[in-house]
Design a protein around this ligand. Structure first.
Ligand code: SAH
Ligand code: SF4
Ligand code: F3S
Length: 467
């Protein structure tokens, strides 16, 4: 297993467990055992699930999308908002009937939600049919957990969050087609006052740059055309590493990997967005001309209570500095509406910022109280209804702005990574992360195509110039 050797803590033992599990499953085999993995939450979770799938394949499982008849079912959960959690309680509960039908089924729950003690306790107490519960920093130990379960241990609950070494070399299964995720760092140290992530993911830890570029090369060799570099705050990449590196330098290193591919990254925290990074973006031709830069609120008072450590003015300075270097750059952002005691004026400032910047798209959320975060203890005089009204106003403002941004693209030439084909049209994203469709055939899927934008509606419509 040389190409997937586990090095560092727990690795050698994991390859032994993989072998043991494979032997047990092989011995039982009436047919190939099936595993169904359901993922909630952000790209970090999707990436973790890809590692889980890689491990499952190594153990001899075949992946399936349906829990019906599966031998191993896993839910990789998210805790960022209440809604994300509610879905998990219901969906895990629905697995009880599968377990009754097939007692040998192993049911597992992992990810950010179970990393909170109260949730793990609820699973242990009220979901007796869940066999394995494991947290965000022990994902790579799945073979051991499955082995222990198969060897007769009734229940396994492993929630260690010790911020130890990153488990390198864990196999991963890319189910994203020609889009590949590469985590560059784990955890978060920012403690924005509303956010659960630092509590459930632990401290910030960066992967060394060689591990990152090696993953990039592996994905490119599989035919991947778009690399998404992942981290909760990619701009603080490199802290604590012995090599002389930061995110701006990492981008240059990934850009230097040979091949025709596009580089994207998520997420940038404005507080750490440097001119050096913008210079790197400008110089690196494989990096998309798009920046996802969540500002959360346009009000300095709210930003301060959110512990975001920047102001609306400093945010706008970054936007200008980026536009100076890359005039055609587009921006997207995350916004929270209805943070505790957000006043009408605070909210107006958010709308103003949305109008000033002109985002191509926004991810908008109504504030969700997360137990254990500082914001959960803040008084909140804003009613649910007021929050709903503001949310709708924000959406309407953004709709207008998006129309302008997309309208401004008409007549321009863009380079589209073709993702889907349907009824004579090819759909994909351009270098500005804008959705584009044009008349073409299925053979274009997975290729780049040069397209002239002819019109703009909800998405851009164009004509292909050349492949
Ligand atoms: N690390 C990223 C964000 C990850 S969470 C960053 O700092 O930009 C993705 C988004 O979820 C956040 O940007 C925020 O807009 C939203 N979010 C996080 N916690 C939330 C909460 N308690 N209620 C509502 N939205 C929240
Ligand atoms: Fe959450 Fe803030 Fe960290 Fe983003 S930077 S994950 S919003 S604490
Ligand atoms: Fe959710 Fe965890 Fe991501 S809380 S948003 S899955 S880091």
């Amino acid at each position: 297993m040389n190409s997937n050797v586990f090095d560092g803590r727990d690795y050698s033992s994991q390859s032994v467990y993989i072998k043991h599990v494979a032997e047990i499953l092989e011995g039982r085999k009436a047919q190939v055992p099936k595993a169904c993995v359901t993922t909630y939450g952000c790209q970090q979770n999707v990436s973790d699930s890809q590692h889980i799938k890689g491990l499952l394949i190594k153990m001899g499982y075949e992946l399936t999308d349906s829990p019906e008849g599966a031998d191993f079912i896993l839910f990789n959960t998210c805790a960022v908002r209440e809604h994300a959690e509610d879905r998990v309680w219901g969906n895990v509960g629905a697995m009880k009937k599968f377990k009754e039908k097939k007692p040998s089924l192993i049911l597992a729950v992992c990810g950010c939600m179970v990393q909170q003690k109260k949730n793990a306790e609820r699973f242990l107490k009220s979901y007796p049919y869940v066999d394995i519960i494991f947290g965000t920093q022990v994902t790579h130990r799945l073979p051991e957990f499955i082995y222990r379960r198969l060897s007769g241990e009734r229940r396994i609950c492993e929630l260690t969050l010790d911020n130890g070494d990153i488990a390198e070399g864990v196999p991963f299964y890319n189910d994203g087609g020609f889009k590949g995720f590469v985590p560059i760092m784990y955890g978060c140290d920012n403690f924005c006052s509303y956010c659960i992530v630092p509590y459930v993911r632990g401290r910030e830890r960066s992967r060394n740059s060689a591990a990152v570029t090696e993953d990039v090369k592996k994905l490119l060799a599989e035919g991947v055309k778009e690399i998404m570099l992942l981290g909760q705050n990619v701009n603080s990449y490199g802290k604590g590493l012995s090599e002389d590196i930061n995110f701006a330098k990492l981008l240059r290193a990934v850009n230097a990997v040979p091949g025709d591919f596009r580089i994207r990254f998520m997420t940038s925290n404005p507080k750490d967005c440097t001119e050096e990074l913008l210079d790197s973006m400008r110089d690196c031709k494989k990096v998309e001309r798009h920046l996802h830069l969540p500002f959360q609120s346009g009000s300095d008072a709210v930003l301060s209570r959110m512990n975001r450590k920047y102001t609306a003015a400093s945010y706008l300075e970054i936007i200008s500095a980026a536009r100076e270097r890359m005039p055609d750059i587009t921006f997207t952002s995350d916004i929270i509406v209805g943070f505790p005691d957000e006043s009408e004026e605070d909210f107006e400032k958010t709308l103003e910022l949305v109008r000033t910047v002109g985002f191509s798209a926004l991810f908008t959320f109504i504030y969700s109280k997360r137990d254990g975060t500082p914001a959960a203890a803040m008084p909140d005089g804003v009613t649910r209804q007021q929050k709903g009204v503001r949310f709708d106003r924000l959406l309407r403002t953004q709709e207008e702005m998006a129309k302008r941004v997309l309208g401004g693209m008409v007549g321009k030439n863009v380079r589209v990574l073709c993702e889907e084909y349907s009824a004579g049209f090819v759909y994909g994203k351009d270098e500005h992360a804008l959705n584009v469709k044009f008349a073409g055939d299925e053979s274009l899927i997975g290729c780049f195509a040069d397209v002239t934008v002819k019109s703009a509606g909800d998405i851009l419509t164009g004509e292909m110039i050349k492949k």
